[in-house]
Each structure stands twice: as C-alpha cells, then as structure tokens.
Ligand binder design. Structure first.
Ligand SMILES: *Cc1c(COP(=O)(O)O)cnc(C)c1O
Length: 405
C-alpha cells in the first residue's frame, strides 16, 4: 500500500490507492531486457516496442526504464510517437503502421520514422521533407506473409522500392518485415518468411540499394530464432515479462512478470444455501459461504469472461470468483480463508506469498489472450512504478507524477 512507500526523488509521498492499482516492476523490465540481450548476437540492437501505452504498462516510464538497453523505440501511431518526444525521449522512434499524411509535418520535424511502402506515402513524405529542408528517415515495410502492410517481396516490389528511394529529402534508414507465426513450434512458415525477406534485400542490393538497418524479429523470434536478429530486434510482449505463446523455448530467455494488479476487499458477508451471487444468478450457494466483495470489474479491464471461473489471491490463498464479474466489482469465495475483512489485500494478477497468478493464467481460464488483457487494463487503474521495491512514480488518469525519472 502506497501510504508506506515513499518516492524519494522529489520527496513526493505517493498517493495511497485504496481501490485498485497496477504495480509495474521496472526492475523486472530491465531483467527481461538483459535476458533478451544475452540471447542475441552482440551486434543486434534491441528496439523497445511500447505501442498501446506500453501494452498497458505505460509507454513513457517503460521507455525511460529501458533507455540504456535500446537503439530505438517502436509504437503504432503518430500520437504515441509524439508522446515519447514530448516526454524527452530522443532516440529513434519508429511507427510500425501507416499514418495519415497530415502527421508527416510533425514526424519530420521531430525525427520520427514512419513506415513507407507505397509511392503515394513516399511522395507525401518527400514533399514534406523538402518543404522543411530536412532529411526524413523512414523504414520500408516488406510483406513476406502477414498480408497486413508492406510492399511485395518480388521484382515489382523491388522496382517500387528503388523508385521510392530515389525521391528527394527521404532516406530508407531501415527495411523490415513481421513474422506471422514465429510463436509456433513449427518454424517452417517463419523460415519461409525469412528467406523471402533476405531474398528481397538481395534484390535491392543487386540494384545498388543498401539499407543500413534490417529487422524482422519480434519477441518470439528473439527467443526461438535469435539468428534473425540482424541489426535490430523488436521486443514487445517479452519486455513485459510474458512469452508470446506456450510453444517458445522459455528456458532460453528467462522472463519476470512485470504487472501486478492489487485491490482491497470492501465487504465480507456470509450467505446461506440457496442464495445467488451477482447478475443472472449464475452462482447459487450450496452451503454457507463467506463472500468477499472486491472493487474490480470489467470497467477496469478485468475480463468479464472470468465470471464463474478463475480465482483471486487473498492471504496467499485462492479465492474463487463467484458468479458474473460486474463492471466495477466482483465477488470471491473466502469460506476457506481466515481473517478476511474490509481492507484485506487482494491480488488479481501477481504474487502473494507462495501463490502467483500470471496474466497467462487469466487468459487460459477465460479463453482470452494475454496481450489483450494487459492492453485492456483501463485508465481507471493507476499504475505505480517500482524500483528496488520502492514506488518511484505513478501513471494516474487524474494525476501523473514521475519524480525519479
Ligand atoms: C507489435 C509488434 C511487434 C512486437 O511483437 P511482440 O510479439 O509483442 O514481441 C513487433 N513488430 C511489429 C511490426 C509489431 O506490430
């Protein structure tokens, strides 16, 4: 509880959060970066993927925490890139998806790298660069199997790339592709994508175009195909301490979970057999049951599909979720857990004594997706940043403070 944890830097006493909060362990973030670093060739630089507000963890504090480990950052939108710049992050920032041309002005001004793969995008960027008398660096996206963005990895694609790169004021700093199935045990699809990518790079080099930065690896490839690291490797989910899937070789890159989700019991009561719990009466007590109300619901991003399945931790023990998860509250069975009352800590994600709930567990119980669960933790949930188990900052929808970094 943050009444007891003081941020030392600016002498700011962290606000006490009494309903629900997420703890973001910045030491774990650094541990995960070092772990990936060890699996990659020394010449491969890491790119910190902090899109979707750092997969729900907070892009700015995460970006700062990993600053000394990365060559660059990657985001999904122009706004996300500009946010990093506004917070003083000066390293290269790459936007992984196409952005509207109306953003090109500010991107060129701030040295943010858009992806380019059509002549129209390239012309717009070139015109803006010429107008500003600046060089605009971009990354060329190549489609090798995602069918999402990128130019085709063939002769036509190569001709287009040459034409794009001949425009004034712009330079292909990088060329990249994205694996669709690197998190699967069978790497044949990824091997084929890799071959297509390398073949395309060769086509360009035959034409005299050498692009300095080549990159294709995501977390799954960093773990299972470190040889695909090339110049840059884009670390997303693993940065946040999760494996992309259960099929990757976890032992190659040990990861520590980063996000915990904590709350406090607001009410405890005993219900008699026959009583129903929550909307729809999907749970009916068969015996006298002690029910704890926890002030967390799908309005906080806690998945509603965990209704009637899964559990939270109280005093290190499992308290099964009873009935439907509401928007702002849920009920848990504490019949077998002594000493639970108003104010007792509840762990929805993270470690509590001998027990631990991982985001992946939530995904498994409810048939959800771990990437999505963390992204969906809502803005009503403040994020508290920990270093050496001490709160050093908070991202709060109502009040952001980063006294230490
Ligand atoms: C999101 C994304 C990544 C990161 O993927 P992870 O599986 O989270 O590591 C890398 N590259 C691109 C193009 C992406 O869109």
């Amino acid at each position: 509880m943050y009444s007891e944890r003081k941020g030392k830097g600016a002498g700011i006493v962290m606000k006490r959060y009494t309903r629900v909060f997420a703890e973001i362990d910045l030491d774990a973030v650094v541990f995960n970066m070092e772990s990936m670093r060890r699996n990659l060739a020394p010449e491969t630089g890491l790119v910190g993927v902090v899109k979707a507000d750092g997969y729900g963890h907070g892009s700015v504090p995460v970006a700062r925490a990993i600053a000394s480990y990365v060559e660059a950052y990657a985001v999904a939108t122009a706004e996300e890139a500009l946010l990093l710049r506004r917070h003083g992050i000066g390293k290269p920032v790459l936007i992984l998806g196409p952005v509207h041309k109306s953003h090109y002005g500010s991107l060129v001004e701030q040295g943010i790298r858009p992806v380019i793969f059509t002549m129209e995008q390239a012309r717009e960027l070139s015109e803006e660069a010429v107008r500003q008398e600046r060089r605009a660096d971009f990354h060329l996206a190549v489609d090798t199997g995602m069918s999402r963005i990128g130019l085709d990895a063939d002769e036509n694609g190569a001709r287009l790339a040459m034409e794009i790169c001949s425009l004034p004021g712009i330079r292909a700093e990088g060329i990249f592709t994205h694996f669709a199935r690197a998190d699967e045990e069978d790497k044949s699809w990824s091997d084929a994508q890799l071959a297509r990518f390398l073949g395309f790079v060769e086509l360009l080099e035959e034409r005299g175009l050498r692009i300095p930065v080549k990159h294709c690896a995501n977390s799954a490839a960093i773990i299972d195909m470190p040889k695909t690291g090339m110049n840059w490797a884009r670390a997303g989910i693993s940065l946040y301490g999760m494996y992309p899937s259960g099929e990757v070789a976890k032992e190659a890159v040990p990861l520590r979970p980063v996000m915990s989700l904590k709350s406090f019991v607001t009410y405890v009561k005993e219900i008699s057999p026959g009583r129903q719990v929550s909307y729809g009466g999907t749970f009916v007590a068969e015996e006298p049951t002690r029910v704890a109300t926890v002030p967390v619901g799908y309005g906080d991003g806690y998945p509603r599909n965990l209704s009637g399945c899964g559990y939270v931790l109280i005093h290190g023990q499992k308290a099964p979720i009873l009935g439907r998860v509401c928007m702002d509250q849920l009920m848990a069975d504490v019949s077998r857990i002594p000493d639970v009352g108003t104010g007792t800590e509840v762990t929805l994600i993270g470690r509590d004594g001998p027990s631990e709930i991982r985001v992946e567990d939530l995904a498994e119980w409810g048939g959800g997706f771990h990437y999505e669960i963390v992204c969906d933790i809502g803005k009503r949930v403040p994020r508290v940043y920990l270093r050496g188990n001490e709160a050093v900052g908070a991202k709060d929808y109502f009040e952001d403070v980063y006294p230490e970094f």
